[in-house]
Design a protein around this ligand. Structure first.
Ligand SMILES: *Cc1c(COP(=O)(O)O)cnc(C)c1O
Length: 427
């Protein structure tokens, strides 16, 4: 008899969660474009509603196309279960809805995706969840931020605007000591470059919109449960440890064990807040993920070549990319994302604001837009766009000074990418 093999990452990216459709034999995952599902009988309906049986009721909560995506991403990350939702931001809102009560605190890295800084600093505040910011370059700020109301620590593995790699294991130690889960946004790295559960993360979130989907065609997010955290230890997470009145008093952690967090996000957060993923988008994400390993390697190789070329350019004052030997984050990159440092990098252009604007107006192959993680090469000048509402000091503090240009290096021939930057820098 053949030995049980654990499939490799490339195999999982194509096959995890998927099998030929039992009804038709279709090999690609069918798009189950339906709102709801017929019950076998009244008893079956009651058992689904009471969480005594798993099954499809209504597509907002569960859908067979999403189920394949969830199983695939859980396998790639090495987690126990996952929940697909409408966007990366929806994933974050549901995670913290599951963890926090009014008056609770989240410790978050200062260097995050700009939208996450807004979501946590403003919208979460109106739910009564308070963010305490900490600095990934000075881990004592994480320790100092811990209080009895802390419910989670939130970081990005490779931090937007790119080039920054976070010491996940060290921050995981701080989270363990504090008795709270470590939530890692793995959007820029993807599990091909970095697997946060191997370094002590408890929950991983993604904006699938970026590299996981990879083709700039759909918005989506996912929550992956690492199955590692004890939600009942101190009664700190009542949604997980206390009886749920709407489910006949069951305790989610006690009932669902090492995938209780994913279940809680589904049957409480997604059910009540409502940001469901469209089945068609789940299909597009599955198709994108089939080539994730090939794409992420090429993204990283192209980005490194572009970064090396930029360091030699007279019009460029600095380049921030952890893949560059000598970069401040290079040692962390070697540890946490050894196959490459991803697609996103920033550089400073001589001539400040005006020169930055001139470059984004002069590129031809690059697209000037506010996204990352497309097959196409993308460029933005944060100071005149995403960060334009900030004061000059706040721009500089968030890495969006007047001279900063951000690239998401695509999958085109690297010679063409470099030639386009060269003519734009000359302009
Ligand atoms: C884009 C992004 C998000 C938000 O994702 P959406 O799908 O746009 O809601 C969160 N985190 C990071 C790192 C991102 O790049």
């Amino acid at each position: 008899m053949a030995e049980e093999r654990t499939p490799g990452f490339n195999t999982l990216a194509i096959h995890a969660g998927a099998k030929p459709d039992p009804a038709t034999g279709a090999r690609a995952t069918p798009i189950y474009q339906t709102t709801s599902y017929v019950f076998d009988n009244a008893e079956h309906a009651a058992s689904l509603f009471g969480l005594q049986a798993f099954g499809n009721i209504y597509t907002r909560i569960m859908n067979p196309t999403q189920a394949v995506l969830e199983e695939r991403v859980a396998a790639l990350e090495g987690g126990t279960a996952a929940l697909a939702v409408a966007s990366g931001h929806a994933a974050q809102a549901i995670v913290f809805h599951t963890l926090c009560q009014p008056g609770d605190e989240i410790i978050a890295a200062k260097k995050l995706y700009g939208g996450s800084i807004n979501q946590m600093g403003h919208s979460f505040k109106s739910f009564g969840w308070n963010v305490v910011w900490a600095d990934t370059d000075d881990l004592s700020t994480f320790e100092a931020a811990v209080s009895p109301r802390t419910k989670a620590i939130f970081i990005e593995s490779i931090a937007n605007p790119g080039g920054i790699v976070t010491d996940i294991a060290a921050i995981s130690e701080i989270a363990k000591k504090a008795g709270v889960p470590l939530i890692v946004d793995n959007t820029l790295a993807t599990p091909y470059l970095c697997r946060p559960f191997e370094h002590g993360a408890d929950v991983v979130v993604h904006s699938l919109t970026k590299f996981m989907g990879g083709h700039g065609n759909s918005i989506g997010g996912i929550i992956v449960d690492g199955g590692t955290f004890n939600w009942s230890a101190e009664g700190r997470f009542p949604l997980l440890s206390e009886p749920r009145p709407e489910y006949h008093g069951i305790k989610l952690h006690e009932t669902f064990g090492n995938f209780a967090f994913a279940i809680a996000c589904r049957v409480l957060g997604l059910r009540d807040l409502g940001p469901a993923m469209a089945p068609f988008n789940a299909f597009l994400f599955l198709t994108g993920i089939e080539t994730l390993p090939l794409r992420m390697q090429r993204h990283s190789d192209n980005a490194l070549a572009v970064a090396e070329w930029l360091t030699q350019h007279d019009e460029v004052t600095w380049v921030s990319y952890a893949g560059l030997p000598g970069d401040r984050y290079h040692n962390l990159a070697k540890r946490y994302s050894p196959k490459g440092a991803g697609a996103v990098l920033t550089f400073g252009v001589r001539g400040g604001h005006e020169a930055g604007v001139k470059i984004v107006e002069s590129v031809e192959l690059f697209s000037h837009l506010a996204n990352i993680g497309d097959t196409r090469s993308l460029i933005i000048h944060p100071s005149s766009t995403t960060h334009s509402q900030l004061t000059d000091d706040a721009k500089a503090a968030s890495g969006a000074g007047p001279e900063v240009v951000r690239l998401s290096v695509g999958l085109e021939d690297v010679e063409d990418i470099i030639a386009d930057l060269d003519q734009a820098l000359k302009a």
